[in-house]
Ligand binder design. Structure first.
Ligand code: FMN
Length: 183
């Protein structure tokens, strides 16, 4: 059986992004048992326009990556109480083609504030429901006070966060395996 492939998507384009660092830390936790890839290039997509779904190379590449992944982990900041436009734009490009449909997906939000980006997370979960992803109560995580939990160079400072990421990864792998067994 082929290695499990996980596609990780950060909602932040910022260098030294805490959200991207969380994905890098999750990749380390996953180790060699899975093929873990962090997607780069969300900012190269055109603005979503349902009337112009011509073959855009970047969008096609993203759709292919999502399609081939066994599971997806999205980790995002909250901007103005919502999901960053660049992430929502990428997700909107998959609505008509359905790559996320029936795909095990984890949603994480992280913020330097106490709220943990909970409004962006709630909004993201609504979108994932619309996209038809596979998720359960263990598929989402809101991380408050992120600056105290992971360093700017991506080192996990807080053991509780490591445990939470481990749990969310185990839950995702369980859902992926369940799906494989039902094939
Ligand atoms: C334009 C803008 C709007 C923001 N709005 C929110 C917000 O609504 N809620 C929140 O928790 N943080 C907000 N923040 C702070 C981000 O959570 C913070 O910059 C975070 O570190 C971004 O994630 P990153 O480190 O992965 O880039 C905002 C930041 C910017 C630049």
């Amino acid at each position: 059986m082929k290695n499990i492939q996980i596609l990780a998507i950060s909602g932040s384009l910022r260098s030294n992004s805490s959200n991207t660092n969380i994905l890098k830390a999750t990749a380390e936790i996953a180790g060699d048992s899975v093929d873990f890839q962090i997607y780069e290039g969300l900012d190269t997509f055109p603005h979503f326009n349902p009337g112009i779904d011509e073959d855009n190379e970047k969008v096609a590449h993203f759709r292919e990556k999502v399609k081939n992944a066994d599971g997806v982990i999205i980790c995002t900041p909250e901007y103005a109480f919502g999901v960053p436009g660049v992430l929502k734009n990428a997700l909107d490009w998959t609505v008509s083609t359905g790559e996320f449909n029936d795909k095990p997906v984890v949603a994480i939000s992280a913020s330097p504030l106490n709220s943990g980006g909970d409004k962006a997370l709630a909004s993201l979960l609504f979108t994932l429901t619309a996209l038809g992803t596979v998720k359960n109560e263990g598929s989402s995580l809101s991380i408050p006070n992120i600056k105290q939990k992971i360093s700017a160079d991506g080192k996990l400072i807080e053991i509780e966060l490591k445990n939470q990421l481990e749990l969310i990864l185990i839950n995702l792998l369980e859902q992926i395996n369940k799906k494989r067994e039902n094939r």
